[in-house]
Design a protein around this ligand. Structure first.
Ligand SMILES: C[S@@+](CC[C@H](N)C(=O)[O-])C[C@H]1O[C@@H](n2cnc3c(N)ncnc32)[C@H](O)[C@@H]1O
Ligand code: SF4
Ligand code: SF4
Length: 403
């Protein structure tokens, strides 16, 4: 175990203190000035360059010059889930449900580490804590000296508290996806979820994990079903986190579930929504190792049709340089997606809209950490009103200046 991780285990509160001091120094006036200028420049870009053009440019730059390198990867330690959220519909995956075998998991981790992929999330679509062998996953991550990204629906976290504390060097943060601030909204979106159990588990995690140096984060996947509760979401969850401006995340819904009915019904920004091609995930390949060892280029591979190789048969390097990825890349380059029904029906909201919203929210929370739910909701509503049409630079500037 390296020094940083030894210290994290020995002095849990140092971790939280360190994060607080780090954020205090990094989130300074110069940082906010630069974020402000960048947000305004993105408004200009949205108005001058439609997102489909930007996607093509980014794709060409990343694939031709291979300018993109990343430490990111996903291992689908299990693809089962205890619930079935409306915007994800994990039950609609046609792949067999299961848990990755230990030997394959170890081999996958080793291959990823060998290729510099050390920022590893333990899910694609599925709930990592629904894996009864979650402790083995933690053990194997520690053995290979890497940390995991844990995003969870939180409903089963009570089963893993002791393990997470024991392996806090491996699991330094727990990210709860909650998507609502009331029982009614939460249970409408997170189908089969139980709001009371969620809150009980969040309280438990706050008392146990946080006390032991594992901070919490919360996210909301913004849609017409929950947008009216963003102010409540902030007020409800801000006291569980160290730095609300960094630890509360809100992003627009995309068409993750293959059936787009729900997405089309609740998408707030249809005017900023585009066919996801050429796709970022193809142009900047991030390996997603599925439970059976096949490697997909995509987090949204509900049927295994974006598979580019098999870690049981080839090295990760061979897979990333292989013909299957080349052919997927060409299909996206030429927008010839007739053999990729998943890609043909994959839509995204212009990420510049998300980035500007994220920047506005961060600024708002940093400068106004103890405001009322109405105060935050008003800012969200103003943003949405502006972006449901083409926003002008002056209007967005006014929005930022008001916080
Ligand atoms: C697919 S889940 C898997 C991990 C875990 N089960 C969870 O819910 O956090 C990963 C993240 O995707 C988000 N997500 C699900 N459906 C989405 C959609 N249609 N658009 C954007 N994000 C989505 C979830 O809210 C969650 O934060
Ligand atoms: S978002 Fe997470 S919890 Fe919800 S259905 Fe998908 S995998 Fe399960
Ligand atoms: S389904 Fe296709 S277009 Fe959508 S994210 Fe996956 S690879 Fe990209």
């Amino acid at each position: 175990m390296n020094l940083k991780r030894t210290l994290r285990n020995a002095f849990p509160f140092l971790t939280i203190k360190y994060r607080t001091v780090r954020d205090k120094f990094s989130q300074n006036e110069a940082y906010y000035k630069s974020a402000y200028m960048e947000a305004l420049s993105m408004v200009d870009q949205i108005n001058s360059k439609p997102f489909d053009k930007k996607m093509v440019e980014d794709f060409e730059r990343n694939t031709k010059n291979q300018t993109y390198s990343s430490a990111r990867a996903n291992i689908e330690t299990n693809n089962s889930c205890n619930i079935d959220c409306a915007m994800c519909q994990t039950s609609s995956s046609t792949r067999v449900k299961g848990i990755m075998e230990d030997e394959l998991l170890e081999h996958s981790i080793e291959e990823l580490v060998k290729n510099g992929r050390t920022d590893i999330a333990v899910h694609t679509i599925g709930e990592p804590t629904a894996n009864p062998k979650f402790k083995t996953v933690l053990k194997l991550f520690r053995k290979n000296g890497i940390v995991m990204g844990l995003s969870t629906n939180g409903l089963l976290i009570h089963k893993h508290i002791e393990n997470i504390i024991e392996y806090r060097d491996v699991c330094p943060v727990v990210h709860f996806s909650v998507d609502g601030a009331t029982k009614e909204t939460y249970e409408k979106i997170r189908i089969r979820g139980n709001w009371d159990k969620l809150i009980e588990n969040i309280n438990l995690a706050y008392k146990t994990l946080r006390k032991n140096g594992v901070p919490l984060k919360f996210s909301l996947c913004m849609s017409k079903d929950n947008v009216h509760e963003i102010g409540d979401f902030i007020v409800r969850f801000r006291d569980y986190v160290e730095n609300p401006s960094k630890d509360l995340y809100v992003g627009a819904i995309n068409s993750l579930a293959p059936d787009n009915t729900y997405f089309n019904h609740v998408n707030i920004f249809p005017n900023h929504t585009y066919l996801n091609s050429p796709c970022w995930q193809v142009g900047t390949p991030t390996p997603h190792i599925l439970i059976d060892g096949r490697v997909s280029a995509c987090c949204r591979d509900y049927d295994g049709s974006i598979v580019i190789g098999d870690i049981n048969k080839n090295s990760l390097k061979e897979i990333l340089q292989g013909d299957k990825l080349k052919s997927l890349t060409e299909e996206h380059r030429s927008k010839n997606l007739k053999d990729r029904p998943l890609c043909e029906s994959c839509f995204v909201v212009d990420d510049r809209v998300n980035d500007i919203f994220g920047s506005l929210l961060e600024r708002t929370l940093k400068r106004n950490p103890r405001e009322t739910s109405e105060f935050y909701q008003n800012i969200v509503n103003n943003f949405i009103k502006l972006f449901q049409k083409k926003p002008s630079r002056e209007e967005v500037q006014h929005l930022f200046d008001a916080v």
